[in-house]
Design a protein around this ligand. Structure first.
Ligand SMILES: C[S@@+](CC[C@H](N)C(=O)[O-])C[C@H]1O[C@@H](n2cnc3c(N)ncnc32)[C@H](O)[C@@H]1O
Length: 273
C-alpha cells in the first residue's frame, strides 16, 4: 500500500476540505453516480472517499439493502466521513484490502490524479468488482482558454504575487497530484481504463460554476497541494502574513466574490462478464 505522507497527506487539512468542498465536489459526485447508475441493492466501494462526499451521493441512491464502503489513507479525512458510508476502511490504492470480486461497483472521485501508480490502482479496482460490475472515475480535463466569467486565472496570479511579496515559495519540490497533467488527456485515461480490461467506456465533461469569497478562495488554496506544502515548510507567522495580504488583494480586485468555472471529466466502464 502506498500511503501519502508529509505534506502529500490530507490529514492536516481535513476540516478545511470538509468545510469548503462538498457543495462543489458533491455536484460532480452526483454526476458520477448518475453515470455509474448502481443498482439500489448494490455494494459499492468509494475509493479515496476523503470526507465521504461521493459515498454520500451513492448512499442517497441505494435501498436499505444496498451499502457503500469508503476507503482512504487519511484517518483525519475518514473521521469526517462518518455517517456517509456503511463502512469506513483505512487503506490506499493500489493494495485494496478486499478479496477479488467483492463489490458490484466502485468509484474514485478526484483520486486517480493523486497516484504514482495509476495503472496498478485501476487494475486493483477492477479486481475487486464482480464481472459486469462498473467502475466510475473523475479527473480534470485539458486546460482550455478560460471563459470570460472565470476569475480563477486572475485570482491565481494575485495569490502568486502575494506569495512572492511575502517571500514564500511559489514552486513545489514535486507535484502533489503526480498524475494530474497526464490524466488531463482523455486518451491517457481511456488507455489506462481499457488496459485494465474495462469495456463500454462512457465519457462526459461537466462544468461547475460557483462563487467564492476571498477568504474561501484562500481556504481552497490552503487544502490543495501548494497550500499543504507551504504550511509544512514555512512558519505559521509567515503563512499568516501571506494569507492576510492575499485576502486583502483579492477583496480589492473581486469585491463581489470570485467566479469559478471548473470543468471535470467523468468516465464509467464495465468489467466484462
Ligand atoms: C481531492 S480528495 C477527493 C476526496 C473525495 N473522493 C471527494 O470526492 O471529495 C483526494 C483523496 O484521495 C486520497 N488519496 C490520496 N492517495 C490515495 C491513495 N493512494 N489511495 C486512495 N486514496 C488516496 C486523499 O487522502 C484524499 O482524501
Amino acid at each position: 500500500m502506498s500511503r501519502p505522507t508529509g505534506w502529500k497527506s490530507y490529514d492536516s487539512v481535513a476540516e478545511e476540505y470538509e468545510r469548503l468542498t462538498p457543495s462543489v465536489f458533491g455536484r460532480l459526485a452526483n454526476d458520477l453516480v448518475e453515470l455509474l447508475a448502481p443498482d439500489p441493492s448494490a455494494l459499492v466501494l468509494d475509493a479515496g472517499t476523503g470526507t465521504g462526499t461521493a459515498a454520500d451521493a451513492v448512499a442517497r441512491r441505494l435501498a436499505p439493502d444496498g451499502a457503500v464502503v469508503g476507503l482512504d489513507p487519511s484517518p483525519a479525512m475518514l473521521s469526517l466521513a462518518r455517517g456517509r458510508a456503511t463502512g469506513l476502511v483505512t487503506g490506499a490504492l493500489p493494495g485494496l484490502p478486499f478479496p477479488h470480486e467483492s463489490f458490484d461497483a466502485a468509484l474514485a472521485n478526484l483520486v486517480l490524479s493523486h497516484l504514482d501508480d495509476v495503472e496498478g490502482a485501476v487494475a486493483d479496482l477492477v479486481r475487486v468488482i464482480r464481472p459486469e460490475g462498473r467502475l466510475g472515475a473523475t479527473a480534470w480535463p485539458e486546460d482550455r482558454d478560460p471563459p470570460p466569467d472565470n476569475d480563477a486565472p486572475r485570482a491565481r496570479r494575485l495569490i502568486e504575487s502575494a506569495l512572492d511579496e511575502t517571500g514564500l515559495p511559489l514552486e513545489l519540490p514535486e507535484q502533489g497530484a503526480p498524475a494530474e497533467e497526464w490524466l488531463k488527456d482523455e486518451g491517457n485515461l481511456r488507455s489506462v481504463l481499457s488496459g485494465a480490461g474495462l469495456e463500454g467506456l462512457a465519457f462526459e465533461v461537466q462544468t461547475y460554476r460557483y462563487k467564492l469569497t476571498a477568504a474561501d478562495y484562500l481556504g481552497w488554496h490552503a487544502w490543495a497541494g501548494r497550500g499543504r506544502y507551504l504550511r509544512s515548510v514555512s512558519d505559521q507567522a509567515a503563512v499568516g502574513r501571506f494569507e492576510r495580504h492575499a485576502v486583502a488583494t483579492l477583496e480589492q480586485s473581486f469585491p463581489d466574490g470570485i467566479r469559478m468555472v471548473s470543468p471535470a471529466r467523468v468516465v464509467v466502464g464495465t468489467k466484462p462478464g
